[in-house]
Design a binder for this molecule. Structure first.
Ligand SMILES: [Zn+2]
Length: 137
């Protein structure tokens, strides 16, 4: 269930690879479960728990998630060969911060521990503008 790295910002991807290495050095094996997500996929997720059955998974509509810009990744742990979300999240978050990533476990609005992102101090509003004007970010 490993996700494709396609669509990830190359610099961000390099950071993720370093992050994964540091985790491995701490005996933590992870798998990327989600990287780039299109606006359509994001809108689909947003509908879950709202207009579609299920528990809410995101507060972000299409274009409002760093996944839509290839600047976010979601992880799960691999423990005894099994993918699990029960793992050492505190260490995961600490190492994410050390790698200059923002960790979803620090979010105030929705706790999203599998999630890391790299905003480089930009807001999503700025990202939307950059994308609209077709400038390379
Ligand atoms: Zn995420």
């Amino acid at each position: 269930m490993s996700a494709s790295r396609k669509g990830l910002n190359p610099e961000f991807d390099a950071k993720l690879q370093l992050f994964e290495k540091k985790l491995a050095a701490n005996g933590i094996k992870v798998v990327l479960t989600c990287g780039y997500r299109s606006t359509e996929e994001q809108n689909h997720l947003y509908a879950i728990g709202r207009t579609k059955p299920g528990k809410k998974v995101t507060n972000a509509r299409g274009g409002s998630s760093w996944h839509n810009y290839g600047l976010a990744g979601d992880y799960a742990f691999v423990i005894n060969g099994k993918v699990t979300w029960n793992g050492p999240w505190a260490t995961f978050g600490k190492i994410a911060r050390e790698c200059g990533l923002e960790w979803g476990g620090d979010f105030k609005t929705i706790l999203d521990r599998p999630h890391v992102q790299w905003t480089r101090g930009k807001t999503l509003a700025q990202m939307r503008q950059i994308t609209q004007t077709k400038k390379v970010c």
